[in-house]
Design a protein around this ligand. Structure first.
Ligand code: FAD
Length: 179
């Protein structure tokens, strides 16, 4: 599963995380909710970011934990190749050993985001390529005034602009991969 960070009220601003852990004998009690979590419904373990004493910490939440549910978000308009889920934590008991010991504060979830955003950047380029190829196919098959609209300079200029922007994005991502 991807990191479990985003909440119904906090997406771009993970510092606002509301999901909360409280210390108890032998572990922690977790309460809160997460949104838009990739593969949440099918995952065996969730790496959940929650606030403990006001600081963001990482907890491993195992499937089957009492009070933990991960219903699938139905009716998505796009990105339907992967499952997206809501995660709900209602007085979930998380044993001491499931706290990630080396992470303390926002740095760790932000490191996850850096990795995830790099992957998303390539994904977006793939979508742009698909848009380009659909536009190209259409302009080759759409006949106006006895010829395909792809033969008109104004259409060619649009297609060339698209391809230039896509190539620029590919080079940017490639450069990012090298740094
Ligand atoms: C298919 C899918 C899978 C996902 N998988 C995961 C996952 O596995 N784990 C996870 O933790 N999250 C996941 N997410 C959530 C994703 O990380 C959030 O959607 C993202 O962080 C944006 O948060 P938000 O949707 O709440 O938008 P908001 O934060 O409400 O932002 C709404 C709009 O405001 C703009 N905006 C916000 N803040 C600023 C600002 N400071 N300056 C300028 N503009 C701003 C944004 O660009 C955006 O256009 C997933 C989302 C989707 C759609």
């Amino acid at each position: 599963m991807f990191p479990v960070l985003t909440e119904p009220d906090f997406g771009s601003n993970p510092g606002g995380t509301i999901t909360k852990a409280e210390k108890t004998d032998g572990g922690y009690i977790l309460n809160g909710a997460k949104m838009w979590i990739t593969n949440g419904t099918v995952a065996d373990i969730a790496v959940v970011w929650a606030k403990l004493d006001g600081r963001v910490r990482g907890f491993l939440v195992e499937k089957g934990t009492k009070g933990y549910s991960a219903p699938e978000t139905k009716g998505k308009l796009s990105l339907r190749a992967s499952i997206t889920s809501e995660l709900v934590f209602e007085d979930c008991f998380i044993p001491d050993e499931n706290l990630l010991p080396g992470s303390d504060g926002l740095k760790s979830p932000l490191m996850c985001l850096t990795q995830a955003r790099y992957g998303i950047a390539w994904g977006v380029i793939g979508l742009a390529n698909e848009c380009y190829s659909t536009a190209l196919d259409y302009s080759l098959s759409r006949i106006q005034f006895g010829k395909p609209i792809a033969s008109l300079q104004i259409t060619q200029e649009k297609l060339a602009y698209m391809q230039t922007q896509i190539t620029k994005a590919q080079l940017l991502c490639y450069q990012l991969a090298k740094t």
